[in-house]
Write a protein that binds this ligand. Structure first.
Ligand code: H2B
Length: 92
């Protein structure tokens, strides 16, 4: 099982644009249209399924909020950081 990251490791490894909220990391991506957000969420879902690590995704008009935590570990692990970076890669 992937080990929990320390508070310092999280602070250092958290990608730009992401924030820590308790035992989750969160980023809100902005889009020009609702359907652009839907398309991003669909792509993120495919990346998540490929990684077998699944975020909470909330789609609203012009925004998509992504929350990541590692349920099996009860907190934030490297899996969350790595997936956050992959989501950033597909966000133009
Ligand atoms: C049984 C299955 O492998 C586990 O539930 C996987 C699936 N996706 C997951 N997603 C997230 N975010 N955390 C997990 O611990 C996790 N575990």
């Amino acid at each position: 099982m992937t080990d929990l990251l320390s508070d310092e490791e999280i602070d250092v490894q958290l990608p730009d644009g992401w924030d820590r909220e308790g035992e989750e990391i969160v980023r809100t991506y902005e889009f020009d249209s609702y359907l652009d957000g839907v398309g991003f969420a669909a792509g993120a879902g495919g990346v998540a399924e490929d990684a077998w690590h699944h975020p909470e995704i909330t789609i609203t008009y012009g925004e998509v909020e992504v929350r990541l935590t590692t349920h099996d570990a009860g907190g934030i692990t490297d899996n969350d950081i790595q997936l956050a970076e992959r989501f950033d890669d597909i966000y133009e």
